[in-house]
Design a protein around this ligand. Structure first.
Ligand code: IMP
Length: 181
């Protein structure tokens, strides 16, 4: 991965251009936290952050949350289903019970919305009392027919993005700005 003084970056074989600067991300994250602080002022929050991509967003968001809260980092494990629909996924890494809790899912980006839909189903079946979602980024397909995302940072078209936790083939998560193809 090559950094340069310009607004572009090379990762593997692809050149990415800077899309959102770190200062703009921080401002947006503070705004999202303010909305959550206001909407949840009478409730404790159980955040469920989806790894790997959301680790940086989750850390910055929680620094701005002023309500008593817990956080658990989870993954969705893929395994081959026997049905023709292809891959099924199951939540893992949730060490505390979400039964009766007010859950806010933290996503880095919602693209098709399939990951989020599965996560919501799983958390419902585990007895969460309420479930909202905060996502830093959302792409067009999810806007058109994905599950509801109550708190969205930036709306995108369909471009691939990298940085601020998001990777391209394993690289780029450490970048503090967000880049696109
Ligand atoms: P979905 O299930 O299609 O909504 O995809 C959600 C997941 O795909 C995210 O949590 C990311 O891990 C990954 N993803 C989707 N779009 C991008 C992207 O542009 N860059 C990096 N990862 C992405």
């Amino acid at each position: 991965m090559q950094h340069s003084a310009t607004d572009s970056i090379l990762i593997h074989d692809r050149t990415f251009l800077r899309l959102i600067q770190h200062s703009a991300i921080q401002k947006k994250v503070r705004g999202l936290a303010e909305q959550i602080n206001s909407d949840y002022k009478d409730r404790n929050i159980f955040f469920v952050a989806i790894l790997n991509g959301s680790f940086m967003f989750a850390a910055d968001l929680l620094k701005n949350i002023q309500i008593e809260c817990r956080i658990s980092f989870v993954k969705l494990a893929s395994y081959k289903g026997t049905r023709s629909t292809g891959q099924l996924k199951a939540i893992f890494g949730l060490e505390e019970s979400v039964f009766g809790q007010h859950v806010i899912i933290i996503e880095d980006i919602v693209d098709t919305g399939l990951t989020l839909t599965k996560m919501i189903e799983d958390l419902k079946s585990l007895g969460a009392q309420s479930i909202d979602t905060v996502s830093l980024l959302r792409k067009k397909p999810a806007r058109e027919k994905g599950p509801e995302v109550k708190y969205v940072g930036f709306e995108l078209e369909q471009e691939f993005v990298v940085g601020y936790g998001l990777d391209y083939d394993g690289l780029g998560r450490n970048l503090s700005d967000i880049y696109h193809t």
